[in-house]
Design a protein around this ligand. Structure first.
Ligand code: PLP
Length: 227
């Protein structure tokens, strides 16, 4: 069996190769290692192999890991799961980024619960395929929603994230990613803080990068399958 360091290396190679294949500059796609359900010891192995960005989906589990790993320098913690209003305080206190914002009420609570000078970086989740099973705001709501977010002083709008519909054909998936890229480029023109298009996971890394992703969120390909 391959080690976490070896799997991390091959994900890095896939990212770099996909970036170059897409005629994009080297090192323009970040890797978020999704460590949900995996033990702290796995995160340490990835950290020792050079990984610094980690994503968690569950508040309690994420906060426990953040506390356990407090002594490691320069880790950035991303909350990427659905967030309920009774959990916002813990996220505001412990995480650096929140990637799946689709309700203004949640954003407002985070804004109120942050202790400045801390800033929380935030991506808006877009339900690009209008999938009834997916969270995220509709494409038509994006402009108004983004404007409302940028009026909250303790949050910094960094960009968009999406999870495309499962089991689409490659053609359909490509269309979804390309549509996200158009929305991202337009948002970037409106707000100078916007620099992140979070899309692509273990199974669709290449296609996402080919369509402009600046951050892929990869769990299984680094840490192995989850129970
Ligand atoms: C779990 C998860 C991932 C990682 O998925 P893999 O297929 O294991 O790479 C990425 N993004 C989100 C939002 C997730 O919940």
């Amino acid at each position: 069996m391959e080690t976490i360091a070896e799997r991390l290396k091959s994900v890095q190679i896939t990212i770099e190769q996909s970036t170059l294949d897409a005629h994009r500059p080297s090192n323009t796609v970040k890797l978020l290692a999704v460590s949900k359900t995996k033990p702290v010891s796995d995160i340490v192995l990835a950290y020792e192999a050079g990984q610094r960005l980690f994503g968690e989906n569950y508040v309690q589990e994420g906060v426990e890991k953040i506390k356990a790993l407090e002594s490691l320098d320069d880790i950035e913690w991303y909350f990427i799961g659905p967030l309920q209003s009774n959990k916002t305080r813990l996220v505001a206190e412990h995480f650096d980024w929140v990637q799946a914002i689709d309700r203004l009420k949640i954003a407002q609570r985070l804004n109120d619960q942050i202790a400045p000078p801390k800033i929380l970086n935030l991506c808006i989740q877009v339900n690009i395929d209008d999938d009834a099973n997916k969270a995220g705001i509709g494409v038509n709501e994006l402009n108004d929603f983004a404007k409302a977010i940028t009026e909250l002083p303790n949050l910094r709008l960094r960009g968009l994230m999406t999870i495309p519909k499962a089991n689409q054909s490659v053609t359909e998936q490509t269309a979804s990613f390309a549509h996200m890229s158009v929305l991202f480029e337009s948002l970037k023109k409106q707000y100078t803080t916007v620099d992140t298009l979070s899309m692509g996971m273990s199974g669709d890394t290449q296609n996402a990068i080919n369509n402009g992703s600046t951050m892929v969120r990869v769990g299984t390909a680094i840490f192995g399958s989850r129970n």
